[in-house]
Design a protein around this ligand. Structure first.
Ligand code: KE4
Length: 401
């Protein structure tokens, strides 16, 4: 890590990887396969970071690797329309009918930023509402009371008052607070993680998403679901399928790229017609629709069958039940929150728990504000080992109090 620290801020390419929330030195990962990663010292770890969501099939899935190889042999980037982007877009629109048309970009940040620009153009209004602790990437207007690695910040340094001026914030799961902001302001859009997963996993209260849909419609405000994490994760059709609430625009990333850099935004055809070159909303990208990334995403989505989702749901339930029982056995106060294969164990003292698990061969996301990502490659034995190690770690956590 010393070479990395000389080269990069915090020695990392993204802040949350730096272990600042848990202390210690991040492991440098050398390779990954299935549910496991290996660090440069040869330690094998059962992985629940999963590249923060994309690796829903597990690492280096053969179908994904061969799709990347085949695509790369035909050239790594054309800067032109290509068959792979069409195929991936058809897989996405087939799974999420609310997305009539879409545009690919290279990250969730770009996708969320572009969706906000489109909503402002479509409504002629400036204000947006986001939820405190919601994370939608690092575009200025969205780095206000963000979650994930920026949790706890009112905004990031460098985000000017002007850039943050039109961003209103409401508590997640508080419909009245959003209703009040909608009544008091001319709002272009509400952007929400339908399942909050950047403050730890926090499911929507019954009726919350439906309430947001009704209130935004009543005020002529667009509803944007940020499904960068939940898209193809909590159901093939994302949270909008799982909860039966249809947004006007959807933001995607992570899984749709199969581990390569991809984001997308899309939704109602009348809105997407405003995007250049058809309309006045400019948005562009050198590597948007990159054929290798598109091929990785399409190969991933093709493997996500009904049986895969049944397995993901079952694995999530086994882990939730096991962790809850382990905490009870250790008389540790732990709250496990789960939606499908997204899970967070809220632990009284997270850093020691994290390090005890890491020393036991379990790589958890290095922050209490993040979700554990279970993949289809996590077998029963992996889950049992995780539960057994957590039982020890909870016990140790208890003794430390
Ligand atoms: P990216 O720009 O990192 O591809 O996507 C931003 C984003 C947008 N929306 C949601 C709901 C997200 O969770 C994210 C990114 N997630 C974080 C982890 N919670 C990525 C990890 C990191 O920042 O290194």
């Amino acid at each position: 890590m010393t070479r990395a620290e000389r080269l990069f801020p915090g020695g990392v390419s993204s802040p949350v990887r730096a272990f600042r929330a848990v202390g210690g030195t991040p492991r440098v990962i050398e390779r990954a396969s299935g549910a496991r990663v290996w660090d440069v010292d040869g330690n094998e770890l059962i992985d629940y970071v999963g590249s923060w969501g994309p690796m829903i099939l597990g690492h280096a899935h053969p179908a994904v690797v061969s799709a990347i190889q085949a695509a790369a042999e035909r050239g790594t980037s054309y800067g032109a329309p290509n068959a792979h982007e069409i195929e991936l877009a058809e897989l996405i629109t087939d799974a999420m009918p609310s997305i009539e048309r879409l545009r690919f970009v290279s990250s969730g940040t770009e996708a969320a930023m572009s969706a906000i620009r489109l909503a402002r153009a479509a409504t002629g209004r400036d204000a947006i509402i986001k939820m405190a602790g919601g994370y939608h990437g690092h575009a200025d207007a969205l780095l206000v009371e963000p979650g994930s690695g920026a949790s706890g910040m009112p905004a990031s340094a460098g985000v000017t008052a002007g850039a943050a001026h039109d961003t209103l914030v409401a508590p997640y799961n508080d419909l009245d607070a959003t209703e009040r902001l909608l009544a008091e302001h001319e709002v272009a859009a509400v952007i929400v993680e339908p399942v909050a997963a950047n403050m730890g996993v926090v499911p929507p209260l019954p009726g919350y998403l439906e309430g947001l849909r009704e209130a935004t419609r009543r005020h002529g405000v667009l509803l944007i679901f940020d499904e960068v994490i939940t898209g193809f994760r909590v159901a093939r059709g994302g949270a909008q399928e799982r909860y039966g609430v249809t947004p006007d625009l959807t933001v995607l990333g992570k899984i749709i790229g199969g581990g390569l850099p991809v984001g997308a935004y899309g939704g109602r055809g009348d809105l997407m017609r405003l995007v250049a070159p058809d309309g006045p909303v400019y948005q562009a990208g050198t590597l948007s629709g990159n054929p290798v990334a598109m091929a990785a995403g399409a190969a991933t989505l093709r493997e996500l069958t009904a049986a895969t989702y049944e397995r993901l749901e079952e694995a999530g339930a086994v882990l939730e039940t096991g962790l809850t029982a382990a905490a009870a056995a250790a008389a540790a106060s732990v709250q496990v929150s789960r939606v499908g294969s997204l899970l967070t164990a809220f632990v009284q003292d997270f850093p020691p728990f994290f390090h005890t698990m890491l020393a036991s061969g379990i790589m958890l996301p290095p922050s209490q504000h993040e979700a554990w990502f279970i993949s289809a490659a996590h077998g029963d034995e992996d889950l049992d080992t995780t539960i057994r190690m957590a039982r020890m770690a909870f016990g140790a956590n208890g003794e430390d109090r």
